[in-house]
Write a protein that binds this ligand. Sequence first.
Ligand code: NAG
Ligand code: NAG
Ligand code: NAG
Length: 597
Amino acid sequence: MKLLVLCLIVIANVSYNGKASIESIDPGNTNILLTDTTKNADKSCYRPCKFNVKPRRCQYNFKIEPTVGDDGRPTLVINDMTTGPPIHVCVNDIVIVKVQNKVPGQDMAIHWHGVEQKGTPYMDGVPMVTQCPIGFGSTYEYAFIASSPGTFFYHADAVAHQSDGVYGSLIVDQPQPLEPHSSLYDFDRSKEHTLILAARFPEMLSGNLDGKQLKPDSLVINGEEKSMKIFVIPGYTYRLRLINAVAVECPLIVDIEHHNMIVIASDSKPVKPMSADKVMLYPGERMDVVVEAVHKSGGYWVNVRGGNECEGLTAHGMLLYSGFNYTSLLDQGPGVKTLNSDVLTIDEKIISGQRLLSLQEENLSKDVKSIYLAVDKHVIPFNDKDNDYRYLSDVTPKKNFYPAAVSLQDRGVVQINNKNFLYPNDPYLIKPRSVRPDTICNVGDEMMNKQLQCLQVLKIHDKKVVELVFINEGFGSNDSYTFHMHGYSMRVVATGQSKDGKPISKSEFQLLDKRGKIERNLRNPPIKDTFIVPNKGYTILRLNADRGGSWMLECRSCGFFSLPVAILIDVPITIPKSVVDVLPKCGSYKPADVLLN
Ligand SMILES: *[C@@H]1O[C@H](CO)[C@@H](O)[C@H](O)[C@H]1NC(C)=O
Ligand SMILES: *[C@@H]1O[C@H](CO)[C@@H](O)[C@H](O)[C@H]1NC(C)=O
Ligand SMILES: *[C@@H]1O[C@H](CO)[C@@H](O)[C@H](O)[C@H]1NC(C)=O
């Protein structure tokens, strides 16, 4: 007994010291770009995370190139892998990724989905917003601090590149005692127990300019349609990490035969544990679940089923108890039906991220400014001059990557406040003065601009808390949309649909809100970077703009060959000249490693 007490005291001490030391590191003050980040770097940083140890520099080299898979399918690979190399680090490690673009004729950038980019907003990976795109044959060195723990992933910024295979997991671990839910599971082996879910297309999407409407034709778990395996020992509990890495509108439902799941985190943030038969993840969402090996032995299918663009598609993996010979499981095959759209709406046992509650209790102020954003699909007359500057650079010939004509043909385009987003002519974050002023329009005043597309900017002053109120009006479509916020997690304080199932305009909604008809959860809303705005409905988010940067808030699923649907949230910051000088320039591009010497 004495010994046990002693142990507990020691552990308590270590935890206390550990917390103190982790908090004393201020990533914002470390200018990691100006130090040579490649010196003393580790190739792999996967290890048990400990208190009171120096963070490591974790270096990875990514070579991205086209290839033809064993099944004859053309894809993009990172280091010859069809799901990119997994990155596993401990909180506060410095992640350094040298990205080499070997895809002929294509510019590229890699976004670190969910990463805050504290002190390094220029590492967020959005071409023409936070950086110059990485031209064919060039290298860009990303370096950032893994400042908060949880399940993340990385992907090419362009939907086409991500869909062709440029994505992978990024897991940030922390010392076990700091995990709020560690008492709920025995094993957290992120290397074996991360399931990255993706869709494959019959043809390569990169550089596909003919506007053919392609749909995914298969789903995969860690790159496999049927052979992913999780091994468990009876009686133990396991933390699994699920990532929806699809870039088009494919909600995915995951279940494990004869096993319950307890959801413990959504988009890397801990939630109140919630039991579920099935969980649903929208594109870009992550969810951590605990599964108990409640049976004595056997093998059970892990089922992934797609909705919307992926309706009718499935992928399967196996949960195998130790010693079980899975040949019989394979012989018998997965017995599940594919989804029809009814299941998505009526099955109440499906838990999705937006329905969870944050673990952290708060007392959010009632008194914040609301900014209303109307989202809907509109049919618009097409104008030849409507350009997307996203991929204009000296590296690729001057051509428009997404011809506006394609998306405007017949079915219309999704818009925010009746505009489509225009990528700037120069990176907004690092060269704001070079951005053509006539292309910029302020959110709320978009109508002052006569063009179809403008650079929609919402300026929020540092330390301000604002409410972003998305209304998916539903006059022009019956679709719900998934949005992703770069650099920040936001509190989802309200979401819902119009009661009568009728379309609702922004002004109607504003009136309802003014009358106090829209309730908000100001106590424990889920904290998310990826969220859904339901059709004929709304989602209200609290943003605490406490870090400077130019942050995209974008819909990645509002139509594939379409004009961008996004706004740029600009929290003013001046990037020091010393940093701007070493960042690669558009056109006169030099590999980052040269610049660092
Ligand atoms: C598993 O079962 C199959 C057929 O039932 C058999 O051929 C195979 O040898 C078994 N594998 C092991 C490792 O026992
Ligand atoms: C929340 O804050 C308000 C004002 O700041 C205060 O009046 C109220 O009592 C607080 N509520 C709780 C539950 O702490
Ligand atoms: C939306 O659904 C309703 C009811 O099913 C249908 O009448 C309407 O045409 C649909 N709207 C669009 C734009 O598809």
